[in-house]
Design a protein around this ligand. Structure first.
Ligand SMILES: [Zn+2]
Length: 261
């Protein structure tokens, strides 16, 4: 009876009449457990996710889920700033805006394995969702609106790239430095201060590791603003990272030589 149930349960993995070895049996149980966890996690995460949140706001065509009385006017303000920032991108707003989930409860953010992708915020290209851990954005009970708008702009820019180049290219073939760097470039509507370039130069010269997000940002900014590359050339992989790095090195050294502080 037990064998019959087991072989029925694991029909995906084994024909009914096969007599599996102990190792094979263990492997099958392991596979089944992993499959079960993945299915349950996917169901909870994909289908039941909106139910976790007590509030649903619809602002500027964005759907936003949140908990604990997130102020609508405040969100409106944040999304207006984000929309202004998006104007810097080559193609304005994406056709289908991502749904935004604001996690005030860090536990759920962590349990849902989102922190596997990022500590604070992440974009899911397959379900077009932005996940933001809200707790990190509060200082003395006050929500940092500028930071939140920057995060939303960054993640919405990822959506733009998905729409423009397709989800497969975005996920598997786009260089990471252009994908992240461009999202940083659009969401920070200013150039980094010279002291940041100087610091970057010092770290690069010393051969140390640098914050990847920052480096991607300054490389993309340099490629577009100083070297004149188009956004498409950047994301199609036509732009060689080392060429941009070398050009940026020369550019920063020249600025320092010319007495920029
Ligand atoms: Zn990103």
């Amino acid at each position: 009876m037990f064998k019959k149930i087991m072989s029925h349960l694991f029909w995906v993995y084994a024909p009914l009449n096969e007599e599996p070895s102990v190792i094979k049996k263990i492997l099958k149980v392991f596979e089944a457990v992993v499959t079960f966890i993945l299915i349950v996690w996917t169901l909870i995460f994909i289908l039941l996710l909106p139910a976790w949140f007590s509030e649903k706001h619809i602002i500027n065509n964005h759907v936003i889920y949140s908990n604990n009385n997130v102020n609508s006017e405040l969100l409106q303000n944040v999304l207006n700033i984000a929309k202004e920032k998006m104007k810097k991108s080559a193609v304005d707003m994406p056709k289908s805006l991502p749904t935004i989930y604001l996690y005030k409860n860090d536990t759920f953010f962590n349990v849902s394995l989102l922190n596997f992708f990022s500590n604070t915020t992440t974009y899911d290209p397959f379900y077009n969702r932005i996940h933001i851990k809200l707790n990190d954005l509060y200082a003395n009970e006050v929500l940092n609106q500028d930071w939140l708008s920057t995060l939303i702009t960054h993640e919405t820019t990822h959506r733009l790239l998905v729409e423009r180049y397709g989800i497969l290219t975005y996920t598997f073939f786009m260089p990471n430095w252009t994908r992240e760097g461009y999202a940083e470039y659009v969401s920070h509507n200013h150039a980094p201060p010279d002291k940041d370039y100087k610091e970057w130069l010092t770290i690069v010269r010393a051969g140390k590791n640098i914050n990847q997000s920052f480096e991607s940002w300054i490389l993309v900014r340099h490629a577009i603003d100083e070297m004149g590359y188009s956004v498409d050339a950047l994301h199609n992989g036509d732009v060689d990272r080392e060429t941009v790095e070398q050009s940026l090195l020369n550019w920063v050294e020249k600025r320092i030589k010319n007495g920029v502080n």
